[in-house]
Write a protein that binds this ligand. Structure first.
Ligand code: SAM
Length: 280
C-alpha cells in the first residue's frame, strides 16, 4: 500500500468494507492517465461516482472546473475532507447513487463527464442508466472488470457482443484506454481491470425511441441459444408468420441470432415492431 493512503487510513481509523467494493487506487501516474483520458479541462464539470479515499477525486479537481462526487460510505468523510482540503471546486454527496434518479442528477448539472471506479456489480447498471437517461453526459471513463471491458467494446457476431454493446453503440463509441492489473489496487481485488472510455455522440442516431429499441434488444439477447425469430415471437406475442414478416420488412435474415445484428438492424426492427403492434 502506498504510504499516503496507509497514513490516511491509520490517522482516521478507517476499515475497508468489502460489501462496497472498496479497492482504492494510489498510483499517481495511473490516476493522471485516467484524468487525461477523460480529457478534463478547467471548463469541465465532472461527476465522479464512488470517491473512496479521494485520490481520483483530487486528481480530477486539479484539472476540472467543478467535481461532484457520490460516495455511499459516510465513514470516508474525514479522509475525503483531509485529501480534498483546499479544493473549493469539489462537492461530495454521501448517498447511494443507485437510489438516486439519474434524471434528477442530470437535471441539476450542465454538460458533464462521468468518471467512475465502482464495485463491479453496479458498474453495468450505472452505465446503462446514464446511456438511457442522460442528455448531459458527454463521455464516461469507467474502470471495469477486464471481461466487461471486452463486452463494452465488442463487435457484432462475437461472443462478447451483448445488449450493453448495442446500448453503447446507439449513443456513441467505446474504447479500452488502459489495462489495469489487480496489484494496482489496495486491497487487490480477485480480477484484473481496464479503463474504458465511452464517447457520447448525440448526432449519431438522432431522435431515437431508445425505450422501444431497448425492448427489442432485450428480446434479441433474451435466449442466446434461440434464433431471433423465436425470441421475437415470445417477447412481442407474435405468431411465426408475423415474426417472419417483421424480419423480412426490417431486412434481417429469418435465421439470424440476436448477437449478429448491428445497432442499425435493431433500430429498423424496433420501428417495424412498433408499426405491427399499432396495427394489432
Ligand atoms: N474512486 C476511488 C479510487 O479509485 O480509489 C474508490 C474506488 S472503489 C473501487 C469504489 C467506491 O465506490 C468505494 O469507495 C465505495 O464505498 C463506493 N460505492 C460503492 N457503492 C456505491 C454506491 N451505490 N453509491 C456511491 N458510492 C458507492
Amino acid at each position: 500500500m502506498e504510504n499516503g493512503l496507509k497514513q490516511l487510513i491509520r490517522k482516521h481509523g478507517f476499515s475497508f468494507k468489502k460489501a462496497f467494493g472498496q479497492n482504492f487506487l494510489t498510483d499517481e501516474n495511473l490516476l493522471d492517465e485516467i484524468v487525461e483520458s477523460a480529457g478534463v479541462t478547467d471548463s469541465d464539470t465532472v461527476l465522479e461516482i464512488g470517491c473512496g479515499a479521494g485520490a481520483l477525486t483530487r486528481a480530477l479537481a486539479k484539472k476540472a472546473k467543478r467535481v461532484i462526487g457520490y460516495e455511499i460510505d459516510k465513514t470516508l468523510k474525514p479522509l475525503l475532507d483531509d485529501v480534498l482540503d483546499g479544493f473549493n471546486n469539489v462537492e461530495i454527496v454521501f448517498k447511494d447513487v443507485m437510489k438516486e434518479k439519474i434524471a434528477d442528477i442530470d437535471a441539476n448539472l450542465g454538460k458533464f463527464i462521468l468518471v467512475a471506479n465502482l464495485p463491479y456489480y453496479i458498474t453495468t447498471p450505472i452505465i446503462m442508466q446514464f446511456l438511457e437517461v442522460s442528455n448531459k453526459v458527454s463521455s464516461m471513463v469507467i474502470m471495469v472488470q477486464e471481461e466487461v471491458a471486452y463486452r463494452l467494446c465488442a463487435k457484432e457476431g462475437t461472443a462478447d457482443y451483448g445488449a450493453i454493446t448495442v446500448a453503447i453503440d446507439l449513443r456513441g463509441d467505446a474504447e479500452i484506454v488502459k489495462s489495469v492489473p489487480r496489484e494496482m489496487f489496495t486491497p487487490p481485488p480477485n480480477v484484473d481491470s481496464a479503463v474504458v472510455k465511452i464517447t457520447i455522440d448525440n448526432d449519431k442516431f438522432k431522435d431515437l425511441d431508445l425505450k422501444s429499441i431497448r425492448n427489442v434488444v432485450k428480446a434479441g439477447f433474451g435466449n442466446r441459444r434461440k434464433m431471433l425469430v423465436n425470441n421475437l415471437m415470445m417477447a412481442f406475442k407474435l405468431n411465426r408468420s408475423q415474426a417472419e414478416a417483421v424480419l423480412n420488412s426490417s431486412n434481417v435474415s429469418l435465421t439470424a441470432r440476436g448477437e449478429e445484428l448491428s445497432s442499425e438492424d435493431y433500430i429498423r426492427l424496433s420501428e417495424t415492431i412498433k408499426k405491427v403492434q399499432n396495427e394489432k
